[in-house]
Write a protein that binds this ligand. Structure first.
Ligand code: SAM
Length: 205
């Protein structure tokens, strides 16, 4: 029996859901992986890393030797299952606890990753937190790098949607990003937006 790359990806997705509490829609995450492959990241930062399900599921898009930093308000990552996939793909992981002080967490992140290829914002989905996450970490993303927002279409939290709508209207954000796409697969999808940082994003506001 021949196992295709797509079947392997599905198996890995199911494994991450079962063992690492992955909270993503299969088709939306496939789209994210497709875009991440275009970037071939080696420096990945996730806000709201939970039990590491996301990095386990996207690990095969990362280059050998990738450094991953997962930040979470809780010590949920103490479940080490995600490490298995990260080891297979030679990803070095660092797990940080965010205790509410953005400056303190940023200092710790920057000490490991001064520059980021992919930033995944998937922590607290209130408007205030999404905005705080963006303002704290988006400047670390290199030109051509990606920022991924999860839960764009959540019925419970309007933070990501509100923040992205605000970005669309503000010139400085429009200058920051030269490409944006959104994926949404109802009924189970939660919506994901992917923004690419422009090569030249001089502040125009
Ligand atoms: C929806 S879950 C993340 C799911 C994970 N990214 C995935 O794809 O499976 C949200 C996580 O964000 C964490 N969280 C909540 N507030 C946060 C904050 N201010 N900063 C960082 N993480 C936060 C929660 O503890 C929770 O683990």
């Amino acid at each position: 029996m021949i196992t295709t790359a797509s079947e392997l990806w599905d198996e890995n997705f199911d494994w991450a859901v079962e063992h690492c509490g992955l909270m993503q829609d299969r088709r939306e995450l496939r789209a994210v992986c497709h875009e991440m492959r275009g970037v071939r990241p080696r420096r990945v930062l996730e806000i709201g890393s939970h039990k590491g399900g996301w990095i386990a599921a996207v690990a095969d898009t990362c280059r050998v030797g990738t450094i991953y930093v997962g930040v979470d308000a809780l010590d949920a990552w103490k479940q080490p299952r995600a490490q298995v996939q990260c080891r297979v793909h030679w990803i070095k992981t660092h797990w940080l606890t965010h205790k509410g002080d953005y400056d303190a967490t940023l200092d710790k992140v920057r000490a490991i990753l001064p520059v980021v290829d992919v930033l995944h914002i998937d922590g607290d989905h209130s408007y205030r937190s999404v905005r705080g996450d963006w303002e704290t970490y988006a400047h670390l993303v290199r030109p051509g790098g990606l920022v991924i927002f999860h839960d764009m279409m959540s019925r419970r939290h309007d933070g990501p949607r509100r923040f992205l709508d605000e970005m669309r209207r503000a010139l400085k954000y429009r200058a920051w990003c030269d490409w944006l796409c959104e994926y949404f697969h109802p009924p189970h999808g939660m919506g994901v937006a992917i923004l690419r940082r422009a090569a030249d994003d001089r502040d125009t506001e």
